[in-house]
Design a protein around this ligand. Structure first.
Ligand SMILES: Nc1ncnc2c1ncn2[C@@H]1O[C@H](COP(=O)(O)OP(=O)(O)OP(=O)(O)O)[C@@H](O)[C@H]1O
Length: 344
């Protein structure tokens, strides 16, 4: 065995904005999806299937899930870019308005940030915002102060006359969001907002979004497969195979695991099954869902007394284990437990 690093405890939940908006269900949800179903032409199964969830006004809500889980399909339907399947479409409401019946009205309430950039990189930051203002029919008297304010809010004023092609990824993403918010939507919808950003730019982006929520009556929803992006949510829905596996706060999801999560990496990957069985026999019986499982290249399990178990594994399996770690459950542990089918 090379080392037994003890993983550091998971950081406290980092919710930048006040959680109050998420706690009490309100009369009219910001988003209400009911029985949403979509199957792409020629596909053999539904991309989203009888999916229902609601997002409250003022909430920061993440749609989290593995590749192919149905996040982008849900995002595109909400953004009015895709009509759900006609046979059993379900219902989509934004602030009480029927999106499928009246997509134009929905678009006025929506600011959308796509994964692929929608900026014209040959234009300056200011020109990009100016084009957006015109698209929304904002008169110049109104748009000029709004653009000034948006540039200032996102720290882009010093670069407003520079072509966007000279911007960093973080600056471009901030400009995208400024653009999406120019017509003052009630819901900001973002597809994988931190894709391509380095950790510092991500932190800055989330600080800006938290600030926006505090100052404006804004609901924010985003898709992601990154755990650190889901940590910023008041609540999150885990989507897999087009269905909602669970809706909870990030803290509740973590708390659904045992008090310690132990990961064991064997010296040789072909020993995964054998060592899983040895751990199973040595430390069982297990509460349902807590038993050791092979997930990716490690054996993971939950236990109330992680440090003691680590010491016993080190004793009982000398030479068979490359690495053992024990830590507080993270959102990633909870997500893996929910979305990964253990292999044998
Ligand atoms: N244009 C399309 N035609 C056919 N099938 C599609 C199409 N787009 C998505 N799908 C399928 O629908 C399912 C859900 O895909 P979707 O893109 O919504 O998932 P996702 O959670 O956003 O995944 P990712 O994180 O990889 O973007 C997948 O099985 C996918 O293969």
């Amino acid at each position: 065995m090379e080392s037994i690093p003890i993983a550091t405890a998971a950081p406290d939940l980092d919710v930048n904005a006040p959680p109050a908006a998420s706690a009490e269900p309100q009369a009219t949800p910001a988003v209400q999806l009911t029985g949403l179903t979509h199957r792409y032409p020629k596909a053999s199964r539904d991309a989203v299937s009888d999916l229902s969830l609601s997002i409250q006004p003022g909430e920061a809500f993440a749609l989290l899930g593995p590749n192919g889980g149905g996040k982008t399909t849900t995002f595109r339907i909400l953004a009015t870019l895709l009509q759900p399947s006609a046979t059993q479409p379900g219902a989509v409401q934004l602030f009480g308005q029927d999106v499928l019946a009246n997509p134009a009205a929905a678009r006025r309430m929506l600011g959308v940030v796509f994964q692929s950039p929608s900026l014209d990189i040959k234009l300056t930051a200011r020109e990009n915002l100016d084009c957006q203002a015109r698209l929304h029919g904002l008169p110049r008297l109104e748009s000029t102060p709004r653009i000034d304010e948006a540039l200032a809010r996102f720290d882009l004023t010093p670069r407003m006359h520079d072509a966007v092609e000279t911007f960093s990824g973080g600056m471009k993403r901030k400009l995208e969001i400024a653009k999406a918010l120019l017509h003052r939507p009630r819901l900001l919808l973002m597809d994988e907002p931190a894709t391509g950003l380095d950790p510092a730019a991500r932190r800055e982006l989330w600080d800006h979004l938290a600030d926006l929520r505090q100052r404006h009556d804004l609901t924010i929803a985003w898709t992601t497969h990154l755990m650190d992006e889901a940590e910023h949510a008041d609540r999150l829905a885990v989507l897999a195979s087009g269905q909602v596996l669970t809706v909870s706060t990030p803290g509740e999801l973590k708390a659904s695991l045992g008090s310690h999560v132990i990961s064991v990496e064997p010296l040789h990957p072909d020993q995964l099954g054998t060592i899983r069985d040895q751990i199973d026999a040595a430390f069982g019986p297990w509460a349902p869902g807590k038993e050791p499982a092979v997930i990716q290249d490690t054996i993971r399990f939950e236990h109330e007394d992680g440090p003691a178990i680590v010491a016993r594994i080190a004793e009982q399996l000398p030479g068979g284990v490359r690495r053992i770690s024990v830590g507080q459950p993270t959102l990633e542990d909870a997500y893996l437990r929910l979305t990964q089918t253990p292999s044998s």
